[in-house]
Each structure stands twice: as C-alpha cells, then as structure tokens.
Design a protein around this ligand. Structure first.
Ligand SMILES: Nc1ncnc2c1ncn2[C@@H]1O[C@H](COP(=O)(O)OP(=O)(O)OP(=O)(O)O)[C@@H](O)[C@H]1O
Ligand SMILES: [Mg+2]
Length: 380
C-alpha cells in the first residue's frame, strides 16, 4: 500500500494523515503510538489499526528486490491475519483445471481452500485425481477402500459417506481420491449419465446438509487430474467457475487454447453456467525475466480474470504435503502461505464486489458470483 492509501482510508478520524505523513519509519511508528484513541466501529478500528501499521513499514523500491519481498510479506501479514472473508451469496463451485501436469493445480486447490476456511468460511475440496495428492496434502485418509469419490461416481454412493474433515483446519472438508479412481475413467464409459454424476452427487450432498442443519458450504474447490478425460469432464460439469493455475515458465500458454476450447464445448453441451472466472500465476520467480514475460503475457490476454496476487516459488509450499499439511498450517508466516492467503482474499472479495454491483443493478440482491461477466477481455 502506498503512503496515500491509509491516509485516504482513514478519512477524517484524525490520526491517519499524521501517521502517513511522518517521513521516517521511526517517526511513523511513533506517530501511530502517540495518536489519540480511535472513535468508530470495531470493524473500522481494525481497518484503521492495520492501515496505520502498514504505513509504518519502511518503504521499499523496485531496485531492492529483497527489501520489496520483505515489505510485501510484512504488509500481507498485517492486512490478512485474522481477517474474516465475506461469504458468497450462494455456494461457489470452482473447478481448478489445466491439462498440463505439475502447474500447481493441487497446491492451489488445497492452499486456497485452507486459506478460505481459516478466514471463517466453510469449504469442501473434491479430489478427482487418482494420484490423490490433494487428499494427502489435507491429511485425510485415502488408502485403497476408503469411501471416496470413486464410490460416489461409479457406485452412486451418497457423498456424505465419503466426506472427511481436514484434521488441521476446522471448516475444511474433503472428498478424497483413492487409487481405485484410476480405473474410473474406463468404468464410467458404460454408465448412464456418465458426465453428470458428480454434479448430481454434490447437489444431493448440499441439500442433505441443509436438511440436517449443517453449515452451508461456501466454497467447493474441485482438483482435476492433468488430462481432459471423463473425470475432468465431471469436474467441469459440477463447477460453475473454472480457475486455471498457470505456471510462470516456458510453454506455460501451450495447451491453454485446447483447454479453453474444451470448456467452451462443455458450456455449449453440458453446463451453460461454466466460465473461466479466475487465473492464478504460480511458481512465480520475480528474479527471472522469463517469469515476468509469462506473467505480462497472461495479464495482457486476461486482464480482469488474472488475480493481482501471484504465488512465488517457495520451498515451504513444496515441503508441506510431505507432512500431510497445506502450507497454511505448515508455515503460515511464509511468503507462500501469505501469497495464497492474499489470493484467497481476492477471490472472495471479487465475488462480493460482483454481487454488490449485481444487486445495485437489479435491485434484487439476487445476482450470484456465477452471474459474473468479464468485460474488456478477449473472448475465449
Ligand atoms: N509455488 C510453489 N513453489 C514451489 N513448489 C511448488 C509451488 N507450487 C507447486 N509446487 C510443487 O510443484 C509440484 C507440482 O505441483 P502440483 O502437484 O500442485 O501441480 P499439479 O498441477 O496438481 O500436478 P498434476 O498435474 O500432477 O496434478 C509439486 O511438487 C509441488 O509441491
Ligand atoms: Mg495435481
């Protein structure tokens, strides 16, 4: 946040402009300490406190990258820790897909899910990848024979029988994938309504929760395998939105047009509400020109859909799954965890903004996040 940010945000509460106007970090910190008590609502006071702390951070310039990184982490820690994210008007169902392997689909799914749950929301992850990586990272049981997405898809078992709560994050649930799922692509071919089975199961589960007085699921995140087979088709039919993680590496955009064509086909024939709502840049290394070029190219093609936050390459992110954890619990203060927390906030607040705009336009308050229409972007 720049120097004007907190001052503007603080309005005429009296302390902000003095704090922001102080010229050195020490003076700014002192100005924040000496300021008279805040007179406003508890929410405003919290915003004020966070803004004052951010403005007390020493300024960083782009020619000091390490300093800029430290500044960014400190700002994120102050702005995001303990913040409650807005609940969407209705359950948002987001399919995390990219048929390219190893681009960060699973890492993005589990860390966004944990970040949303830690910020007060109820979240369900559906693991549709036979590798079961999302189930591993969430620390849920997924040995062969565990009730899983396989039984839900192939045997039409009720989803509530397969849902497990993540041991480290209250409010985060998972339908795991076991090795059994590796046969499902073939078994599904001969089944009735093979493309819509996951959607039907999820609809029943959400209704079951409501009937039994369980908290509404705010976000469903579906982790996809790196292919465009029937498992991914089921994930596209259950979703309303698609989130595409793009790795900031050479070949990043290769295969993207194939993915967008597949999404168009699904939209035309199976799921008219499906749209690409979000693109997240992953494994971003600000020191390489290649990463900067890939990021710039993605932002040029998809200006409104690409989150401002990109996820840095981080050892802590890659270590976390081997402890059966997301980085959000493994090392919540690390750059990677803070980046995912900020990305989750953007995801949640963009929906809130779209809803607010929709309600103002229609006067009904009925517009949901799935009604988003992106403007000023290339058509898929
Ligand atoms: N930001 C990051 N920094 C460092 N390592 C990362 C980051 N994001 C992901 N990784 C690592 O990169 C590898 C691939 O990530 P991930 O499994 O999330 O990709 P994926 O798209 O789900 O892969 P697949 O296509 O096989 O399902 C993993 O080892 C993961 O730990
Ligand atoms: Mg994966």
């Amino acid at each position: 946040m720049d120097e004007q940010g907190p001052a503007g945000m603080l309005g005429d509460h009296g302390r902000g402009p003095d704090v922001a106007a102080a010229t050195t970090p020490e003076r700014r910190r002192k100005a924040a300490d000496d300021a008279p008590p805040f007179r406003g609502s508890a929410g405003d006071a919290d915003e004020w406190r966070r803004a004052a702390l951010v403005s007390s951070l020493p300024t960083a310039t782009p020619d000091t990258p390490l300093m800029a990184e430290l500044h960014q982490d400190a700002r994120r820690r102050i702005e995001l820790r303990g913040r409650v994210f807005p609940r969407p008007a209705s359950t948002r169902i987001i399919t995390v897909a990219n048929q390219k392997g190893g681009v960060g689909k699973t890492t993005t799914t589990v860390n966004l899910a944990a970040a949303l749950a830690q910020s007060g929301l109820t979240v369900l992850v559906i693991d549709t990848d036979p590798q079961g990586n999302a189930s591993t990272a969430l620390g849920v049981d997924h040995h062969a024979g565990t009730p899983s997405v396989y039984e839900v898809l192939v045997d039409s078992a009720p989803m509530q029988g397969a849902v497990q709560e993540c041991p480290d994050v209250p409010g985060l649930f998972c339908v795991p994938a076991t090795i059994d799922l590796s046969g499902a692509e073939i078994e599904l071919v001969s089944l009735v309504a093979r493309e819509t089975r996951l959607r039907v199961a999820l609809d029943h589960y959400l209704a079951w929760r409501a009937e039994h007085g369980h908290a509404r699921i705010d976000y469903v995140l579906v982790d996809c395998p790196p292919s465009l087979g029937l498992l991914t088709v089921n994930a596209f039919v259950v979703g309303r939105e698609v989130l595409i993680p793009i790795q900031c590496e050479y070949y990043a955009l290769e295969g993207l047009s194939q993915l967008l064509k597949t999404i168009d086909l699904i939209q035309a024939h199976l799921n008219p509400t499906l749209h690409v709502s979000t693109i997240l840049l992953t494994m971003y290394d600000a020191r390489t020109r290649l990463a900067q070029q890939v990021a710039a190219e993605v932002r040029t093609h998809f200006p409104d859909r690409t989150l401002r936050t990109s996820v840095p390459r981080s050892v802590r992110i890659s270590e976390a799954p081997s402890y059966g954890q997301t980085v959000m619990t493994y090392d919540p203060g690390s750059s990677g965890a803070l980046a995912y927390l900020e990305a989750a906030r953007e995801l949640a607040e963009r929906a809130a903004t779209v809803q607010a705009r929709g309600s103002a336009r229609t006067g009904s308050g009925a517009a949901g996040p799935n009604d988003q229409r992106q403007s000023g972007e290339e058509e898929r």
